[in-house]
Design a protein around this ligand. Sequence first.
Ligand code: NDP
Length: 267
Amino acid sequence: MQIQNETVAIVTGAADGIGWATAQRLAADGYHVALLDLRGEAVSARAVELGSAHIGLACDVTSEASVTAAIASVMVKFGRIDVLINNAGISDQTGSTLEQNVEAFDRVLAVHLRGTFLMSQSVAKVMLAAEPAQGRGRGSIVNLGSIASTIGLPSRNAYSAAKAGVLGMTRAMASEWARAGIRVNAVAPGYVRTALVAELERTGVVDAKRIAHRTPMGRMAEPAEIAEAIAFLASPKASYITGAVLPVDGGWTAFGAPESALPDIIA
Ligand code: NDP
């Protein structure tokens, strides 16, 4: 779908994984995309890959000053913001609850919750000051939840708290800004083949084969499949959807029987 040329989207954590897939998808839909990431050089290179209509900016979503500076740069370059994708994220610390430390706990909450709050607050200031656009209101925000938002993953304390919190914030902001024409939704992916999951595999937290067996669809997701759902919620096609959480998990959270109830995976 070709969006009007001047439509502008911000994607955080866009140097890799789901963020990068989403930036590519939104660029293909005709958005000007501002790609934000901790790693400024990596995300600038990604923006160059996408073409001259896009920019890459270093931004730490946990820092108010960094977020304010990045949004100011986006406004200088494009003059408006229509879509925000709060995707930046980090994995949890490994080990049992008794072995975990509170600094790492705080860091996970900061990236997912403080980051989503600061980015949404800063972008909403811009959106609320703008005139509503035909068919898309003042804007749309999509947050990244997880299966950990709603079900228990042993020892993933901070990550689960953060992702449940993201859903709470999604509903609160959706309710606050609905009449102002800003929609706020979340996607809740299952396991996706990205660097974040590769790291969990490397540290033994995740066993890819067992994940595939526990997933009704029999495999992990590709980042582009999550990007597709994000792009839909961000677009005018989702014009009456706000405060919603869309699971994109191959049936993971729908399934509640013992694993043996699933047929063997046929490769
Ligand atoms: P990746 O690790 O592949 O990409 C995340 C990106 O966010 C990285 O480039 C990372 O930089 C960046 N980032 C981390 N901290 C910050 C920060 N403070 N400010 C700005 N950027 C930051 O992750 P995924 O693509 O796998 O995950 C993306 C989102 O999707 C996350 O919110 C994650 O929780 C969620 N999700 C992922 C699932 C999965 O299975 N992969 C499942 C469900 C949800 P750096 O590499 O330097 O840390």
